[in-house]
Design a protein around this ligand. Structure first.
Ligand SMILES: [Zn+2]
Length: 416
């Protein structure tokens, strides 16, 4: 096929896909927000509600500008045959194809990081700082960025190397073998995350004996949750926002509480938050999510296998001949609409899981504590109370607050 037509098709697909996300974001920004809901009167007063509105508005606008800037840069890069030019420059330096491919993506990742740097700095040190969230110093920001880059280079470079190796060794079957390898890597990383990766960024200390620990242990016993440790994470060194999660596969579950959560919430609310996490475990959401991610990895790799050796795709991106890594880049761009659809699918399932976990928390703790915990979390984090329904449908992995409160209320009324 004529490379120019291929290029036009790739760019048309990118524009359509970006246009759709932009439209959804614009709908969300201009969506009319009614006054504060009566059920939140204890947590959000008129002044705080104004702050909440302007915080979410500023945040959405910043994301919009960042998206627009990165889309424009990418478009210019493609129109000027950037991928092909960069690759031929590298080919003169490095004769080894795999190393060249890793360097190629490394340079692109670095460039995209540089392009988003001003937005990220503005986000942390202006926006989040003005609303009283940011506690990060510039030193922490720099060390986080460097650590993130090293991890990205190790994992990204390693995975890319494995992919290229599979293509060489297994020929047409490469996608299947590589999909299995990639799935095993994601499982390993998610199960070792708290032990290996989190400590690079945060300090985890075992929760001290006391009322909270006793209450959490009582919950674990009541729900026969295989708890192997409760840790407090010093999240306050970066932000005042709060959260909690559990991690680990099989019989070794660790609960991690943000220190900010402990500081702001009474014991019964923290227990309700954890009961929600136990609910995810009891309803087998973790294996279901792993299954979903396996499915998405296999679909992705199967589609990639159709394009991996396409000569016209390489030519369309400015290369002189077929280059697997250039086709990989083209594939990422072409894949955007399909991955958008897959994300919508996973978000639908994820929101259902959240309702189920909430319902479980309502039973195992109490619906009243669970609702109060949610209200306080949303109010403290200034979360948007009235996102546009289409924006929620596309982007939200968790249902909005009022929907969750409504579901908790109707569940507890049904019980009575
Ligand atoms: Zn959840």
């Amino acid at each position: 096929m004529n490379p120019l037509i291929v290029k036009a098709v790739v760019i048309a697909i990118m524009v359509l896909s970006y246009g759709f996300s932009l439209l959804v974001s614009l709908l969300n920004i201009t969506h009319r927000r009614p006054g504060i809901d009566a059920s939140l009167a204890d947590f959000v007063d008129a002044e705080k509600y104004q702050r909440l509105l302007s915080y979410n508005n500023e945040k959405s606008r910043l994301a919009l500008w960042e998206g627009l800037a990165s889309f424009a840069v990418l478009l210019v890069f493609l129109l000027l045959d950037g991928p092909g030019r960069l690759d031929s420059a590298l080919a003169n330096l490095l004769p080894y194809q795999k190393l060249r491919a890793i360097l190629f993506f490394g340079i692109l990742a670095l460039a995209s990081g540089m392009a988003s740097l001003p937005f990220s700095l503005y986000h942390d040190f202006s926006l989040e700082a003005r609303y009283g969230f940011n506690t990060k110093t510039l030193g922490i920001y720099i060390s986080d960025t460097i650590k993130g880059m090293i991890l990205g280079a190790l994992f990204g470079g390693g995975i890319l190397y494995l992919l290229l190796l599979c293509i060489d060794v297994f020929g047409a079957q490469f996608w299947f073998i590589f999909a299995i390898i990639l799935f095993v890597i994601t499982l390993a990383v998610s199960s070792l995350y708290t032990t290996l990766i989190l400590p690079l960024f945060n300090k985890l200390t075992p929760l001290e004996d006391g009322e909270l620990k006793t209450a959490i242990q009582a919950l674990a016993e009541k729900t026969s949750f295989p708890l192997s440790g409760i840790y407090v994470m010093n999240a306050s060194k970066r932000s005042k926002k709060s959260n909690a999660f559990f991690s680990g596969l099989g019989r070794f579950k660790k609960i991690v509480l943000f220190d900010t959560l402990i500081e702001k919430h009474p014991v019964d609310e923290i227990v309700a938050v954890l009961a929600h996490e136990v609910g995810h475990y009891k309803k087998h959401h973790v294996p279901y999510s792993s299954l979903l991610s396996a499915l998405s990895i296999f679909v992705t790799m199967a589609v990639f296998s159709l394009l991996v050796h396409s000569r016209s795709l390489s030519l369309a991106f400015g290369a002189a001949d077929t280059q697997v890594h250039i086709n990989l880049l083209a594939f990422f761009l072409l894949y955007e609409p399909l991955s958008l659809l897959m994300n919508i699918g996973t978000n639908i399932i994820s929101r259902r899981f959240e309702y189920q976990a909430d319902a479980y928390a309502g039973q195992a703790a109490s619906a009243e504590s669970a609702s109060r915990a949610l209200k306080r979390l949303f109010a403290d984090n200034l979360s948007d109370l009235y996102p546009h329904p289409l924006y929620v449908f596309v982007n939200y992995s968790h249902p909005p607050l009022l929907a969750r409160l409504g579901a908790l209320k109707s569940k507890s009324q049904n019980k009575k």
